[in-house]
Structures are given as structure tokens and as C-alpha cells.
Design a protein around this ligand. Structure first.
Ligand SMILES: [Zn+2]
Length: 105
């Protein structure tokens, strides 16, 4: 989880943001050596995975490793879901599968 150093005023803003955009406030905040953690209470692991996916997607990060995605998908004008490394890995596997499927026919 992200760790952000904050001052008292900033932490108050974060708590206020919890009302409107709870997903955006998730993280660990350090205030004068004290740790304040904002995370979902009693969340199933499926919900946690979904939330992480949505958060990374929204921030334009690779859904697998969380690295910043810089390339756009020309088909829809949006950022790719995956970083270059993972896109290559996964697209490569997909292409290989397509090819072997075609070869079977
Ligand atoms: Zn990645």
C-alpha cells in the first residue's frame, strides 16, 4: 500500500474525502511518526482484487505490477491495461494460441 507523509491539515482533508471518494483515500498515512491506515473493513479477497484492479486502471497503471502505463491503445484511445513488459508477455501468448488454433483447422 502507498505510504504518504502528511501533516495534520492534509489528514483532515483525506478523512473528508472518505465521504465522497473513498477509493481514492486508500493508503497508509504517516503523521509525526504515527501511522493511519485507510483500508476496507471486512472485505473479501475477491472484492480486494477488484478494488485494486479498478484503482490501477483508473490511475493508468499496469493491472499486474502497478507500473505506469504510457502507451495508448489506438483502437479505443485509452491507455493499455498492462505495462509494456506484461503486454508483450500476454499478447505474445495470445498470438501463439491464435496461431496454434488456426493451425489445427
Ligand atoms: Zn506490468
Amino acid at each position: 500500500m502507498d505510504i504518504k507523509k502528511v501533516d495534520h491539515r492534509k489528514l483532515v482533508q483525506v478523512v473528508q474525502q472518505l465521504k465522497s471518494e473513498p477509493e481514492r483515500t486508500l493508503g497508509v498515512y504517516v503523521l509525526d511518526g504515527w501511522r493511519v491506515q485507510i483500508s476496507r473493513y471486512k472485505q473479501t479477497s475477491a472484492q480486494r482484487v477488484r478494488a485494486l484492479y479498478n484503482r490501477r486502471r483508473e490511475m493508468g497503471l499496469c493491472i499486474l505490477c502497478g507500473k505506469k502505463v504510457s502507451k495508448m491503445n489506438p483502437a479505443n484511445g485509452k491507455l493499455y491495461r498492462l505495462c509494456e513488459t506484461h503486454r508483450k508477455e500476454i499478447d505474445f501468448q495470445k498470438n501463439k494460441k491464435d496461431k496454434s488454433r488456426r493451425a489445427k483447422r
